[in-house]
Design a protein around this ligand. Structure first.
Ligand code: MEV
Length: 306
């Protein structure tokens, strides 16, 4: 019996979401405690099972057309378009929370099929195929999420769509908290595109400022200058609000994180709901911030060392 396994983890944008879609850099950290695992096994009938779906390829196309396109492309890539299989996917990454769940799904599936076919893949190959479903899901995708859910450390995703793992020696911790409201990345990306079309000068200028913040942020985090990095995160949040993707729920949690000693805080991912990320320099402070966010109504939160 043939078997393949693949997995990927969640991510949190520390700087640069949205402007990254317009070619500016972003810094994205992995959230290793949240992951998606995919298993593919031989079967005489194709069946795809996830936490909230069970059905055939035909049915999948109706519910999750991005994953359907991805599987079709994968089977063609391996020159096995008629392969029948059972694909089982399990994930504890909450979806629509800005944490990269769709990219993690795609990467876990691609890696599972590479393993199934005993194919020695490169990250670039996985990236190219996984981006098929990301582009379909988000309308327009920078690719940053796809690299971040594969990387074991924080990445600097640059303007050439290359990801460099930042070699850090830092005491930084992040607290990521779900605001309890869903954020659809495709809607947020579309909203920003509409705003940009209406006023290219102002919005183009916001993107440029966010790009400069991410460039500066790389220097600060490498130097372990967490106060300045935190300040940049909060500055980035002000620009995200100007783009139109922040919400009162997110703003409230950001304020609570800052009032409880966070060095910086912002929404993370597409926005319009979803999650926030706050920075601190000790595990004890991270625990305090997490407690305050939970008390304020965040249904779930996670601490991660970066
Ligand atoms: C979504 O996690 C991040 C965005 O910048 C979209 C993208 O990079 O494709 C909003």
């Amino acid at each position: 019996m043939n078997f393949g396994f693949g997995q990927a983890h969640a991510k949190a944008h520390l700087l640069g979401e949205h402007s990254v879609v317009y070619g500016y850099p972003a810094i994205i950290a992995p959230l290793l405690s949240l992951s998606t695992k995919a298993e593919v096994i031989d079967s005489d009938k194709t069946l795809i099972e996830t936490d909230n779906f069970s059905g055939t390829m035909f049915q999948l196309n109706y519910r999750f057309s991005g994953i359907y396109s991805l599987l079709t492309e994968l089977l063609n890539f391996f020159e096995e378009p008629d392969l029948t299989f059972k694909l089982h996917i399990k994930s504890n990454i909450p979806s629509k929370k800005g944490l990269g769940s769709s990219a993690a799904y795609a990467v876990a599936i691609v890696k599972a099929f590479c393993d199934y076919f005993d194919y020695d893949y490169s990250d670039e190959e996985v990236f190219k195929i996984a981006q098929i479903s990301e582009n379909k899901n988000h309308g327009r995708s920078s690719g940053g999420d796809t690299y971040a859910v594969m990387a074991e450390g924080p990445i600097f995703f640059d303007t050439n769509k290359d990801a460099t793992i930042l070699k850090l020696d830092t005491k930084a911790y992040i607290v990521v908290a779900d605001s309890g409201t869903a954020g659809l990345t495709s809607q947020a990306v579309q909203l920003v595109a509409d705003n940009y079309e209406k006023d290219p000068e102002t919005f183009g200028n916001y993107f440029k400022q966010m790009g400069a913040i991410a460039e500066k942020g790389r220097e600060e985090i490498i130097a372990d200058d967490l106060k300045d990095f935190g300040r940049l995160m909060t500055e980035n949040q002000n620009l995200l609000a100007k783009l139109g993707v922040s919400t009162p729920y997110l703003e409230r949690l950001i304020k609570i994180a800052l009032n409880n000693g966070a060095l910086g805080a912002k929404l993370t991912g597409g926005g319009l709901g979803g999650s926030i990320v706050a920075l601190t320099d000790t595990e004890a402070k991270a625990a305090e911030i997490k407690k305050a966010l939970n008390k304020a109504g965040a249904p779930e939160s996670w601490i991660s060392k970066i």
